[in-house]
Structure formats: C-alpha cells, structure tokens
Design a protein around this ligand. Structure first.
Ligand code: CA
Length: 171
C-alpha cells in the first residue's frame, strides 16, 4: 500500500527522480538534471529564453566531470555531431571580460573550463557567448569550449533539474 501511495504522489509531481520528460536526456551532474539538445537554431539570448520558457536555462557545465560527460553525449546524439558550434549558458561579461555562467537568478564564474586549441580567440567583430565546438565534416573539434558570436543562430543545449519525490511523499 505504501508503494502504491508513493507512486501516485510521484506521478502527481510528473517526474520521478532520475527521470526526464520526453525529449530530454537524463544527466548525472546533478543526478536530477535533464538536458534538451535543440537542433533548431537560435541566437544565444533567444536560446536562453527558449530554455527558460521550458523551466530551465542554457546548460551550465560547472565541473570538469560534467564537461567530460557532455563531450561523450554527442556519441549517442549524432544529430549534434556535425553542427559546428552549439550554445551553452556561458557568456563574457562586458567590461570585466570575465566568463560567467548565467543561472536563472545569479551568474557565477566559469571555474572549470575546457577551451579548444586557440580559444577563446574573440574572432572579429568580437565573441562573447560560449559554445561547444562539435565535429564538422572536415575535422573533430572535440566538443570543447569556443567563444562565439552571440547573434549567430546555432543549435543549443538546455538544462533543468527535475523535482525529486519529496521526503513527505515517502512517509
Ligand atoms: Ca572563438
């Protein structure tokens, strides 16, 4: 009876721990995170708004473990392998030039970074948004960090955390 009650409560919360909505990929950093890989393209700010409308934000890869996990994701997401750059949630603060992750309520410094060879290069006329540089037909860029033009429209990755079954639901 307890198990049945638990299942009902969790279903009413929509999502069980470790499960993501259809179209989202479950990730381990944190354990209740989900990622949406959009092959539809947008500018960086447009992508951020798209992700927020879904209850998330552009992906924040705030540990080397998460960065390396994300590098591996493309192996089972072939549609993202040859797209060139893919936006994630980092940006370069104007003025300070510091690279930050943009959360929903606060920004914080990018501490673990994985810049590709020669990046960031701030290519003309300036690049202030963070992308992962995926494989193109000519060579494999390793899905590492690249500063990119914010106003270009490219694919992007959303991230959100999903509710766990509350402790109350376990009682
Ligand atoms: Ca660049």
């Amino acid at each position: 009876m307890f198990l049945l009650a638990l299942a009902v409560v969790c279903q009413s919360d929509t999502i069980l721990q470790g499960q993501c909505e259809t179209g989202w990929v479950s990730g381990p950093y944190p354990a209740n995170s989900c990622y949406l890989f959009s092959v539809a393209t947008s500018t960086w700010s447009g992508a951020q708004q798209f992700c927020r409308n879904l209850g998330g934000h552009l992906a924040i890869l705030d540990s080397m473990d998460e960065i390396m996990w994300m590098r591996g994701v493309r192996s089972f997401y072939p549609q993202l392998q040859n797209t060139g750059q893919v936006f994630v949630g980092g940006f370069k603060e104007s003025g300070s030039g510091q690279w930050l992750w943009q959360g929903n309520t606060t920004n914080y410094p990018i501490l673990a970074s994985d810049w590709g060879v020669g990046q960031p290069d701030n290519a003309s006329p300036g690049q202030s948004c963070l992308a992962l540089f995926s494989k193109r037909t000519d060579r494999d860029w390793g899905y590492r960090f690249d500063d990119f033009w914010c106003s270009r429209s490219i694919p992007f990755i959303c991230e959100k955390t999903v509710p766990r079954c509350s402790a109350a639901a376990l009682e």
